[in-house]
Design a binder for this molecule. Sequence first.
Ligand SMILES: [Zn+2]
Ligand SMILES: [Zn+2]
Length: 277
Amino acid sequence: MVIDEATERAARGDGTDEALFQPSPPNPDCPICFHELPSQFTYMECCGKPLCNGCINTHVRVHINARRKAKKVIDLGDPKTLVRCPFCNISSSLSKKDFIGRLRKRIDLYDDAIAMQRLGLYYIEGSYGLQQDTKKGMELYRQASERGSVSASASLGDLYRGNEGIGKDMEKATYYFRLAAMGGHIVARHNLGIYEAEAHNFDLAFRHLMISAMGGFDGSLKSIRLGYTKGYVSKDDFEKALRAHQVSKDAMEASKQRDPFPEDTRAEINDGSYMLP
Ligand SMILES: [Zn+2]
Ligand SMILES: [Zn+2]
């Protein structure tokens, strides 16, 4: 989803509040279980499918258990023994280099925003065998953000808020936090609420914080509670926030229950901890 003009204007701060406070679009559904994807998901570097961690972990465990039962080894150098993608049937990446190569290919061929965001992150971290390079990472984040990556926008907001070597640019930070917040990023939304509260714009602060509290962000509820004790937030509004926050927490708990293996099995496989003797 490329960013439209109304969103761009609202992010720059010269649009109406209407776009800024639109209800966030839902995340896409996991294509296996059809539940809405949480903010943390597994990206398949083979075909670009985002899957919920519950689905991919179950898929991987079934593969591991079948090989264990058959007393067959998972050999990280042999694609025939590796887990295959439930969508495109291509085996997991053989190495970090292979994995990064697949991301680059998806960027070249499909202009894939998630692949741009991930590659940007690995440059910034200096992980997956890449030389640490903040400039390259930020350029990839920018490209991903332009193509609608909410996570890339939020990361840019964080970097511009003050990072060694980049310097602080609050205008850019706010621009990217607004983009991310409009895309449904609750921490970015919370930050906007805090900036408005610091500027004594308590009505706007409440509107932002209410959205992030509704998204289940504890810090926002805490800030609304503080606003209530100081008399900036009415009792009605505080109670509304409490209820909305609880509904969201219940939904999160239900989604956790659906994930039988919350830890990332694929990471364990890449570490080699699943190699059989
Ligand atoms: Zn799923
Ligand atoms: Zn695939």
